[in-house]
Design a protein around this ligand. Structure first.
Ligand code: SAM
Ligand code: SF4
Ligand code: SF4
Length: 352
């Protein structure tokens, strides 16, 4: 999960002087800490339950501190009424397997009708899909589906995807691709995400060849984990071409940062720092709101979109504290914010 946003966190931004920073409103001005523009990009988790037990996933490990469940149609309808007017892109996944929610395709089609692009990551290993099921999925309005398949043999694959079935995942990837082609659809994009670890690093070329045979694009990423015995050689070679972001990625994931954030560093003394609380929102299956997909646990909640309106959450004190902490970044300040209290990469790297 960390890896999903770490590229944003570590982006090298140009150094500028303090005078260059402006908090004035207006086109190109740096986002206001108290009233930034509404986020255009969201993570809306369809549920934090899963059929697999991946050893470095909080859900796979069944880590406590959160209520588990699936988003209902009623909750989705309430939330989309609040964010739909602002949203351009919704990733309908965070801490669970989206295909375990029977209403996933309803959610996707509602977003599609509102002109909101949607993406999911999936283990593609919940059941063997028929051609009919594949057609329902590809005609739902989803814009992209990335299958998490970390190996080319059941043995290597299930080191991480514990309880997963490689044959099923590859069947489902293929049947989705075939359904899209048969129906002459331009979407969804169907791709393969391969998270490299110690046990599958020798299968990269095989995976590339298999993806080519299947007619899907593949994206190699590093598995995030604290256990060094899982680290592949690529974990020590961050500039290796295998890890290059494929060219098609920007067409799937639009850059969600406000232009002013791209142009102006969040804080002048840092080469780069997290900008998530300025232009992005993570919403749990039960409406709870978090600043990012790194924090895990209800103590990091900033509000709730079932019980509050978007202004109360987005302009609320908890969000303001996160932004203020990041904008005035440094050990001297005491904002008491989620961002200060969470040992995320930002805090680990620069705060102390
Ligand atoms: C929590 S999963 C939920 C979606 C789905 N269950 C899946 O695994 O694809 C969200 C994303 O995190 C990725 N992921 C899981 N464990 C990871 C890890 N240790 N390091 C980096 N990414 C990971 C998944 O592959 C997926 O792309
Ligand atoms: S398949 Fe996804 S949600 Fe399920 S345990 Fe693995 S990483 Fe977590
Ligand atoms: S806790 Fe705050 S600073 Fe850390 S990744 Fe999340 S939003 Fe960014």
């Amino acid at each position: 999960m960390l890896q999903r946003i770490s590229s944003y966190l570590t982006k090298q931004l140009p150094r500028i002087s303090l005078e260059c920073i402006t908090t004035k409103r207006g086109r190109g001005a740096f986002p206001d800490i108290e009233r930034p523009e509404y986020p255009r990009h969201y993570m809306l988790d369809t549920g934090n339950v899963c059929n697999l037990r991946c050893p470095f996933c909080q859900t796979g490990k069944k880590v406590g501190g959160v209520n588990r469940g699936l988003m209902t149609r009623d909750s989705f309808d309430v939330i989309i009424d609040k964010i739909g007017v602002h949203a351009k892109f919704i990733s309908m996944v965070n801490w669970g397997e989206p295909f375990l929610n029977k209403d996933l395709l309803y959610f996707a089609s509602r977003c599609n009708a509102l002109g909101i692009r949607t993406h999911i990551d999936s283990n593609l290993s919940t059941k063997y899909w028929s051609e009919e099921e594949a057609e329902r999925i590809v005609t739902s309005g989803l814009n992209s589906i990335l299958g998490s398949i970390d190996g080319t043999t059941q043995e290597t694959y299930s080191r991480y995807r514990v309880g997963g079935d490689l044959g099923m995942a590859l069947h489902n990837l293929n049947i989705l691709r075939a359904a899209r082609e048969r129906l002459h659809l331009v979407k969804p994009f169907v791709g393969w995400a391969f998270y490299i670890n110690k046990f599958n690093e020798h299968q990269i070329n095989d995976a590339r060849a298999m993806a080519k045979d299947l007619g899907v694009d593949i994206w190699f990423k590093l598995l995030s984990c604290d256990d060094p015995s899982w680290h592949s050689k690529y974990h020590f070679l961050p500039g290796d071409p295998v890890l290059a972001t494929p060219e098609w990625v920007p067409s799937i994931y639009p850059d969600w940062r406000a232009q002013s954030i791209v142009d102006t560093p969040l804080h002048p003394i840092l080469p780069g720092v997290c900008v998530l609380p300025f232009s992005f929102m993570v919403i749990n299956w039960n409406g709870d709101v978090y600043p990012c997909d790194v924090v895990y646990g209800e103590q990091f909640k900033l509000g709730n979109l079932l019980t509050q309106n978007i202004d109360e959450v987005w302009f609320g004190q908890e969000y303001v504290k996160c932004r203020s902490f990041l904008r005035n970044y440094g050990p001297q300040q005491e904002s008491g914010s989620v961002c200060q209290n969470q040992p995320c990469p930002v805090a680990k790297k620069w705060l102390y």
